[in-house]
Design a protein around this ligand. Sequence first.
Ligand SMILES: NC(=O)c1ccc[n+]([C@@H]2O[C@H](COP(=O)([O-])OP(=O)(O)OC[C@H]3O[C@@H](n4cnc5c(N)ncnc54)[C@H](O)[C@@H]3O)[C@@H](O)[C@H]2O)c1
Length: 418
Amino acid sequence: MKYKVKDMNLAEQGRLNIELAESRMPVLSYLRKKYDNEKPLKGISIGGCLHVTKETAVLIRALKAAGAEVAWSGCNPLSTQDDVAAALVKYYEVPVFAWRGLSNHEYYDCIDEVLNSLPDITMDDGADLIIRIHENYCSLLKKVFGGTEETTTGVHRLRAMATAGKLHYPIVAVNDAETKWDFDNIYGTGQSTLDGIIRSTNVLLAGKTVVVAGYGHCGKGVAMRARGMGANVIVTEVDPMQALKATMDGYRVMPMDGAAPQGNIFVTATGCKEVIKRQHLRKMKDGTILSNTGHFNVEISLRDLEELAKEKKEVRPNVMEYFLCSGKKLYLLAEGRLVNLAAAEGHPSEVMDMSFANQFLSVLYLVQNKGRLNNRVHDVSREQDAEVAVIKLNTLGVDIDRLTREQQRYLKDYTSGT
Ligand SMILES: NC(=O)c1ccc[n+]([C@@H]2O[C@H](COP(=O)([O-])OP(=O)(O)OC[C@H]3O[C@@H](n4cnc5c(N)ncnc54)[C@H](O)[C@@H]3O)[C@@H](O)[C@H]2O)c1
């Protein structure tokens, strides 16, 4: 079996981490056991390009148990957990092509290795693999019959491709499932982003001013958790509705120009580019910490930071000190890449349980509907979302009320008023 990982000696630690993650992912474990006998993915080859984390390994195990052949690469140069990559190769016989710290060139080489396995289904986080197929592996388009997409930025890119008439196979937008978006992006990103900032800097959040750029799903989670740790939170936005929500949630809202001189810690969570650039960097306080949790490393202008600096040095892992010509020092975390995965471990297993249950069920959906779906971005069905929510509640031991017949009738009735 061909593979490329950093160090096979890490495999035992990786296996322990995967097992720990699995013990916290009851929905995915339930699905793995449910489909283990039936093998609905027998004969299906899957090419995956998602962060190589212990939770992803649990997803891969479930796909393999259901009968799929799987090959995998990471979707970010800094997010691969090398122990997990080694364990996937050694204990689960998965051809993995990923290690932490690969170059851009190596990153695409790894994706190419996955594509050489000639997948029937692709699984992406950010759409790099799908776009690679469309641009460089056109002959594969005859074989691939569907794909899934894990994150907001990937869904945006794929919707743009579909609008341009350039998307050549159907995609399920796992990101937009309620049981993904409203949990993973909010609670997962909220907690793990602060985890990344704290692990890399050990900074005290209490009393600090944290500026969160973007009050979408991720930004909301980061703002909520930063406030919970005692920070004063400022939100920047471009969407009036989200800005209004942030205001009513009790945050100060202002343009980045106004926030730049006030913040101690900045977190971008927009999926947009150059949200923090030269004019903002110039105004920042000495000692300011800069981090990003959006998918790509384009939210903080690294070019502007480099140009404003006369020196830079790595003061500890994941912390680059930029000494500006003005005499100030700014600290950039994890090279401006998503700080929760590059400087911590990504989302906790409990929340990835739902995201990856959706990934698993979406792959089943693609197989069951092979040849019947248009080449566009499809939403996860309400039924699938509800199934994941019900299983998750059951595994958490949470019971809920049920509507009586009388209540069901009342809710559909328009005649009974005052
Ligand atoms: N770190 C992670 O593990 C993780 C997890 C999920 C999603 N993501 C990524 O995080 C990013 C945000 O995802 P989301 O689900 O919150 O998206 P979202 O669409 O819910 O929210 C993004 C928000 O940013 C705002 N915004 C856009 N451009 C802006 C700008 N220039 N300045 C200020 N605000 C701006 C938008 O108005 C929107 O409210 C995406 O790149 C997504 O792929 C990362």
